[in-house]
Write a protein that binds this ligand. Sequence first.
Ligand code: FES
Length: 116
Amino acid sequence: LSKKEYQVTFVRPNGEKVKAKASEGDSLLDVVVNNDLDFDGFGACEGTLTCSTCHVILKPTDYDRLPDKPSEEENDMLDLAFGLTDTSRLGCQIIMTKELDGLEVNLPETINDARS
Ligand code: FES
């Protein structure tokens, strides 16, 4: 069975939109890596929930329809992210499904690597 392909759009702080392809089960970090997206420092800890550089900001409607609420570990890490908003998540914890096809997320102005 070939995996379904979905689309994700990342919006840079300057408003530039970057479209990417995603497969079922990919995290947004996987999407950034697999599409070779050049987001400086993004995903520094490779999804091990120790860096917060994969911080993305969702639209409130998208935030609400994500199936999983942030875990305690994710919230702890989000607290260390720059420019935290009410609809912030960590990209490595958002998993693509059919429901999220066409998802658009904003990248924050600055990232903070919580490990440094
Ligand atoms: Fe480091 Fe997500 S990639 S917390």
